[in-house]
Design a protein around this ligand. Structure first.
Ligand SMILES: NC(=O)c1ccc[n+]([C@@H]2O[C@H](COP(=O)([O-])OP(=O)(O)OC[C@H]3O[C@@H](n4cnc5c(N)ncnc54)[C@H](OP(=O)(O)O)[C@@H]3O)[C@@H](O)[C@H]2O)c1
Length: 191
């Protein structure tokens, strides 16, 4: 395996982004809008960014990942997932974490149409469910706290306050209005 390969996390995945910052990976992030793409490059240290609202994602991935994608971390599904599948490298791994583009679809969930790419590229697609690792949360928290303190992990939070703001705050996720992890604060610490 060459020293630097390609990895494409989606917006809002600081853990995936950090993993991609390993010297063995070249990280390409996909986000909606110039400001979020700028954030990926300037603050999160991605090697390249793609604005899925303004660019043809399939063509952009072909250009920015010319040897194909080795690991694709998917939070959105839909057309962006299809564009990634069209650009897989041989033996690629696709991690399905979420499909936010599909949650509010009125005509039912649309699955990937480019799935034959898994066959021709000897690739695999696997689900990732965070609760599967519940027995390791304490270790994970400790490790991530250490990385946050040392600056290895960068996490921006977008904080709304008050339980009464829950419905509006949830909708912000689907409108892409949050930059960083969206958090609803119910009370001050210790209250
Ligand atoms: N597997 C698990 O264990 C697990 C656990 C928690 C969450 N998840 C999943 O992880 C994903 C991220 O959730 P999160 O809560 O952390 O929020 P998040 O990463 O902040 O995701 C919200 C962002 O998704 C983007 N988005 C919204 N609608 C979209 C669409 N139609 N197409 C493409 N992108 C869209 C928006 O960014 P842009 O402005 O860039 O469009 C929005 O800011 C979700 O799919 C969620 O279901 C999985």
């Amino acid at each position: 395996m060459p020293a630097r390969r390609w990895w494409c996390p989606e917006p809002g995945s600081p853990w995936a982004a950090w993993s991609a910052r390993s010297p063995r990976c070249r990280a390409v992030g996909i986000a909606g809008g110039g400001e979020k793409c700028g954030h990926l490059l300037s603050e999160l240290d991605f090697d390249a960014a793609i604005d899925y609202k303004a660019e043809n994602v399939e063509a952009a991935l072909r250009e920015r990942c010319p040897d194909g994608i080795d690991v694709y971390f998917d939070n959105v599904g839909g057309e962006v997932l299809d564009a990634a599948l069209a650009n897989l490298a041989r033996n690629a791994r696709v991690v399905i974490c979420g499909a936010i583009s599909q949650y509010n679809a009125s005509n039912g969930f649309t699955g990937p149409s480019n799935y034959m790419s898994l066959l021709v590229n000897h690739a695999s697609m696997t689900g990732f469910v965070v609760t599967d690792y519940a027995d390791r949360y304490a270790d994970g928290l400790q490790q991530m706290a250490e990385w946050l303190r040392s600056g290895k992990l960068v996490s921006r939070e977008d904080i709304a306050e008050g339980l009464e703001r829950f419905p509006d705050t949830l909708l912000r996720l689907y409108k892409g209005e949050n930059t960083g992890k969206l958090v609803l604060k119910l009370a001050e610490e210790g209250e």
